[in-house]
Write a protein that binds this ligand. Structure first.
Ligand code: NAD
Length: 251
């Protein structure tokens, strides 16, 4: 389905990004993985993708660093699909929230998306490529959740960046959408579930479909947003949250 397409995935050494890279490769895309994790530490993640795309590439790219991003984009022969997925979360109650924590979230989760998406779309427009941008948002981009103000605000920004880019890039045939995962038992939330008892206790009460999600479900939605089936879809936030963002009540 995606034969002949090149897909760049940021945060590709992480759980969700790696599942996206694997599934896009399974559908025939040539995959370019970017992450700040040194190549040696990402060896297992790279190997899992290469099982589906033997020519898959990996580069250390910090999405905060515009010069590095521009250089990495310039080095691509072409690009059709971008999964702007790199992200962090570090919980701190609002009254204790350090300015550095706030800034880190905005720099990585939001400005990182701006850097990658702008650099890539400039290349797409110059080449006449009708590409796809798929950003990783979160169900908490529109719902407050305790102790992660910097994260929720960064994801709210991602949602508007998606809609803004969708509006401006439509005339170039570039489609921009997001996946908004709920609580996934992997990656960022997986670590919080294991390491933060107060987080696990809250999670136990808020998923209408009871169980946390998994990375493969999120990656399947990304494949859908990269596929010919969604050629008329732009500016959408596709939510896969087990009903978390529905009104919460007991019973
Ligand atoms: N796990 C969840 O429940 C969940 C829920 C909603 C949204 N998300 C979003 O999914 C995305 C992926 O997160 P994950 O859960 O797979 O976590 P993860 O920690 O497994 O993956 C995130 C990856 O981003 C990379 N990264 C961090 N800073 C970077 C930078 N400056 N430049 C390049 N790469 C950088 C990390 O090294 C890591 O490999 C994030 O945007 C996150 O906000 C996750």
């Amino acid at each position: 389905m995606l034969q002949g397409k090149t897909a760049v995935i940021t945060g590709a050494a992480g759980d969700l990004g790696n599942a996206m890279a694997r599934q896009l490769a399974q559908k025939g895309a040539h995959v370019v993985m970017w992450d700040i994790v040194p190549r040696a530490e990402a060896a297992e993640a790279i190997k899992r993708v290469k099982e589906h795309d033997a020519a898959a590439e990996y580069a250390e790219v910090d999405v905060r660093d515009r010069a590095t991003v521009d250089e990495a984009v310039a080095g691509l022969a072409g690009v059709d699909i971008v999964c702007s997925n790199a992200g962090i979360v570090e919980a701190q109650p609002f009254l204790e929230l350090a300015q550095e924590n706030w800034q880190n979230h905005l720099d990585i989760n939001l400005t990182g998306c701006f850097n990658v998406c702008q650099a890539v779309t400039r290349k797409m427009v110059a080449a006449g490529t009708k590409g796809r941008l798929i950003l990783t948002s979160s169900w908490v981009g529109s719902i407050p959740w305790p102790e992660i103000a910097a994260y929720t605000v960064s994801k709210a920004g991602v949602n508007m960046l998606v809609r803004q880019m969708a509006r401006e890039l439509a005339t170039h045939g570039i489609l921009v959408n997001a996946v908004a995962p709920g609580i996934v038992d992997a990656g960022l939330a997986g670590r919080q579930l294991r390491e933060e008892p107060q987080y696990a206790a809250r999670v136990a009460k808020v998923i209408p479909l009871v169980e946390p999600g998994n990375p493969e479900e999120i990656a399947a939605a990304v494949v859908y947003l990269a596929s010919p089936q969604t050629a008329y879809m732009t500016g959408s936030i596709l939510t896969l949250d087990g009903g978390c963002s529905l009104f919460q009540f007991d019973g």
